[in-house]
Write a protein that binds this ligand. Structure first.
Ligand SMILES: CC(C)(COP(=O)(O)OP(=O)(O)OC[C@H]1O[C@@H](n2cnc3c(N)ncnc32)[C@H](O)[C@@H]1OP(=O)(O)O)[C@@H](O)C(=O)NCCC(=O)NCCS
Length: 172
């Protein structure tokens, strides 16, 4: 039988964020449940400023931010921040629009991001930190094969309070 003329598009894809993503990303951020994270974006202008800085952050190997597409629609954000003292180590973060959660989208996005991290970015170690109450995020790390290493106390801050995170990690 002949091969299909076009390959089937994977439903989840990640691509570098673009300035034209600003409105949709801001909409996603305003829908999101911020119980366990804090994102310092209050206005559409803040989001545009954030996106404008992405190029310089990428060139300086500081942070590599991506948009998550589901059937070509923008539904989330993910990224890798590079430890500036140990540049072989990166931290993955992710967020999916409430309306698209529980469909495996974050899990697939993390798998794709990890390939970039261990591939083009030449990382030796990738960590995912999540608030110890953030069960959904923990499930994503588990489903991607990250190993739970322990608890980092008071490592993140939400609205001026400090909270503990689980440390999940994978090495090359
Ligand atoms: C964490 C987050 C990105 C997960 O996105 P997602 O696309 O729903 O994740 P997935 O569908 O790939 O996997 C989530 C898993 O968590 C579990 N889960 C999710 N919601 C759940 C719920 N309400 N009750 C029980 N289990 C739940 C499930 O095991 C699910 O996997 P399954 O559906 O295959 O069983 C999303 O909840 C989110 O954006 N949260 C707010 C931002 C955030 O906390 N980001 C992480 C910072 S560390």
């Amino acid at each position: 039988m002949r091969e299909a003329q076009f390959p089937i598009m994977p439903r989840v894809k990640i691509r570098p964020q673009e300035l034209s993503d600003a409105e949709r990303l801001f909409e996603i951020l305003t829908h999101t449940d911020f119980e366990f994270i804090e994102i310092p974006i209050k206005t559409l202008e803040d989001e545009k400023q954030f996106l404008k800085l992405n190029g310089v952050k990428r060139i300086n190997n500081f942070e590599h931010n991506y948009s998550i597409l589901y059937d070509e629609k923008l539904v989330g954000i993910c990224g890798i921040g590079i430890d500036q003292h140990r540049p072989w180590m990166g931290e993955i973060g992710y967020l999916v629009d409430n309306a698209y959660q529980r469909q495996g989208i974050a899990t697939e996005a993390v798998k794709q991001l990890e390939k970039i991290g261990f591939g083009a970015l030449k990382l030796q170690r990738i960590v995912i930190l999540m608030d110890t109450r953030n069960f959904e995020s923990e499930q994503v790390a588990r489903k991607c094969g990250y190993e739970k290493e322990g608890v980092a106390k008071k490592i993140h801050r939400i609205r001026k309070e400090y909270y503990d995170c689980f440390v999940y990690a994978k090495t090359r």
